[in-house]
Ligand binder design. Sequence first.
Ligand SMILES: NC(=O)c1ccc[n+]([C@@H]2O[C@H](COP(=O)([O-])OP(=O)(O)OC[C@H]3O[C@@H](n4cnc5c(N)ncnc54)[C@H](OP(=O)(O)O)[C@@H]3O)[C@@H](O)[C@H]2O)c1
Length: 274
Amino acid sequence: MQLSASRVILTGATGGMGQAMVAELCAAGAQVLVVGRQDKALQALVARFDGQVSCLQADLRNAADRARVVQEAQLMDGFNLLINAAGINHFGLFEAMQDSAIEDLIQTNLIATLQLTRALLPLLRAQPQSGVVNIGSTFGSIGYPGFSVYCASKFALRGFSEALRRELADTRVGVLYMSPRATRTDMNSAAVEAMNAELQVNMDSPELVAAQLVKALETDLREVHLGFPERLLVRLNGLLPRLIDKALRRQLPTIQHYATPAIPASTLSTAKDH
Ligand SMILES: NC(=O)c1ccc[n+]([C@@H]2O[C@H](COP(=O)([O-])OP(=O)(O)OC[C@H]3O[C@@H](n4cnc5c(N)ncnc54)[C@H](OP(=O)(O)O)[C@@H]3O)[C@@H](O)[C@H]2O)c1
């Protein structure tokens, strides 16, 4: 795909990866509509990439906000690339998760992404060359303790991407599913970073992910898994899941340690007092 002629809508643009993606897309010559909830961060992107970036504040869980994204896309004169990078994560043991947190995560990572994609497809179909990019995760291929609901959302996003790519095979709309491994952004709490350090999990920079995204778009790749050994582990998990079961069983006490919230200090002092 020729990015210099592209008109892009990027969700999650205010996030760690999103900001790096804006920089890479602009360097490649694209025009980008950046979407997020934080107005200040959106305005900063517009100022930094003067002339190439415009912004729209939207909470993608709201139908009215998604409709505003579609309206903006109609005004973009040749909108041809949707990058779905908005997402949230809740690290913690499944039993401890509130129903509201489960709903919020699935709504944000999955349902809103599907709904926005469906609403924008007619515009994408009308272009001579166009695409949808879904930012998944290694956890969209490997079920990992402490991330069960996030895994559910990203496994589903990967399945959606595969099905949509096949459904659109006789059109000029391509579908790229890109799965980064752990990446240094605000999405990962201090507990996740500490756990990753202890388990020697590699973490990429958002700039590396953004550069790989542009490379994938320019070479028309369909499914990209970033990082080694993660790419190999994804394959192993598909072929020999029990091997991965065993490896993760060994990591489980460490994951449980970091996934269990510390007892609040106030509770500790009360316990001591009595
Ligand atoms: N960081 C990692 O380790 C990692 C690894 C693999 C995959 N990923 C995936 O990469 C993507 C980008 O993540 P990141 O690391 O850049 O995370 P991040 O820094 O936390 O950014 C998340 C982005 O999603 C947006 N967002 C969240 N909820 C939204 C909502 N309801 N409506 C509109 N926008 C919303 C945020 O916008 P506002 O803040 O403006 O609301 C922000 O721009 C996500 O899909 C994530 O799952 C991340």
